[in-house]
Design a protein. Structure first.
Length: 112
C-alpha cells in the first residue's frame, strides 16, 4: 500500500485531487481481481463509486483528470519508466491503471 502511494505521488499526482484516491482504490481492486480491468465501466468504476460514495461517472472523470495532470505537468519520464517504453500518447484510464498494476506486481515479486 505504501509503495502504491509513493508510486502515484512520484508521477506528480497529489492527494489534493479526488482522482488520486480513486486511482489508489482502482489499483488495489485490480490487484485483487484482474478481471475488473476487462469491465472497467461496468464493474470497476461502480465498485470504486460505492466505496467512495460517489457516482461511476465522477470516478471516471476524476481519474481522467489526474492522468491529464500527470501527462501535462507530472513526471512523464517516470511514467515511461513505469510503462517500460516511450509513450507516444496519453494513456487511457484503463491503460494507466494497467501500467500501475503491472508495475506493482513486478515490484512485489522482486520483494519476495
Amino acid at each position: 500500500m505504501e509503495n502504491l502511494i509513493f508510486l502515484i505521488r512520484s508521477l506528480g499526482i497529489s492527494g489534493t485531487y479526488l482522482g488520486y484516491y480513486y486511482l489508489c482504490t482502482a489499483v488495489k481492486l485490480v490487484l485483487e481481481d484482474p478481471g475488473c480491468l476487462l469491465m472497467i465501466s461496468k464493474i470497476l468504476y461502480p465498485k470504486i463509486a460505492l466505496i467512495h460514495h460517489t457516482t461511476p461517472a465522477c470516478v471516471e472523470r476524476d481519474i481522467r483528470t489526474v492522468i491529464n495532470l500527470c501527462w501535462t505537468r507530472g513526471d512523464r519520464d517516470r511514467l515511461c519508466q513505469i510503462a517500460g517504453c516511450r509513450l507516444q500518447r496519453k494513456p487511457t484510464n484503463g491503460e494507466f491503471i494497467d501500467l500501475l498494476v503491472t508495475y506493482c506486481r513486478k515490484y512485489q515479486s522482486e520483494q519476495t
